[in-house]
Design a protein around this ligand. Sequence first.
Ligand code: NAD
Length: 302
Amino acid sequence: MTVRSLAGKVVVITGGGRGIGAATARMLVDDGACVAIGDVDGELAARTAGQLGGQAIGLPLNVIDHAGFTAFLDKVEQQLGPIDVLINNAGIMPLANLDEESDEATARIIAVNLSAVIHGTREAVRRMKPRGSGHIVNIASMAGKLGVPGGATYCATKHGVVGLSEAVHLELRGTGVDVSCVMPTIVRTELSAGLKDTRMSAMIEAEDVARAIVEVLRKPRFDVYVPKYLGPVTNITRVFPRRLTELIGRLGGADRALSTGVHSPERAAYEARAAASAPAASAPDPERQTTASAPDPERIEA
Ligand SMILES: NC(=O)c1ccc[n+]([C@@H]2O[C@H](COP(=O)([O-])OP(=O)(O)OC[C@H]3O[C@@H](n4cnc5c(N)ncnc54)[C@H](O)[C@@H]3O)[C@@H](O)[C@H]2O)c1
């Protein structure tokens, strides 16, 4: 397989203001790509893009506002040209046991992590298929391959992203449009603030995920586990009886990955920010939300 050049490619990254998205944007700009960052924090998107130099723009985007998401993609195409790559990266991870999670928090997690990824993927297919080229990269998680206590709805959405990506990948066979699904373990970003390493879930860096994304854009394949060894490990443990897999998870601490440190002050600050992505029905105007401040942490139920 020939290695693709990323020079001049138009790449859109949702939620690219910080974390994995920003690290990916940085590497892609260094490789000569034209990168459009969309983020619910529009000022951060613009600032991050400005710091990258090269060809990068940052625009406000709330992915749960589907019409606004479509308009954002139109705007990028007007400014940079047809989109070669869409990276559906925006995501939130409010944590709580399911019986303690509010309906509002559940709706918000599904809206950002799943419904918006379905919308973005459909928009990308509609734009890329007629051109016979393009690459859709959906950022799922290892939480899309296994259930982890303390993040049931998050796991449900990430399993949804894996299933969506698998199906669309098959729908697009022979069209020239590639689909990849990225499944990182816990990554040291604001999303994982306060969480602690466990033996089986040592944290990796945003740059590790960014490198894996750049690699798959150069040489397309579907499954992208980060670190890579998680692919074979996932496949092997699938054939074990469930009780054995659960025992290994308990002994290695994998089942505590989303609950150790969940009540720390660092976590509270993240939970407040994540709660600013409101459910679609009450989504604020994307132009106005760039200056919206995070809600009072006392009032956050997630
Ligand atoms: N950090 C981890 O441990 C980890 C592990 C596996 C997968 N992931 C996934 O990677 C992706 C990026 O996560 P991260 O760790 O960089 O998180 P992060 O919180 O550091 O960055 C996410 C960005 O998304 C933006 N965002 C949130 N809601 C949005 C919305 N409605 N519209 C547009 N932008 C929005 C935020 O403002 C933020 O800049 C997510 O999909 C996450 O689920 C993260």
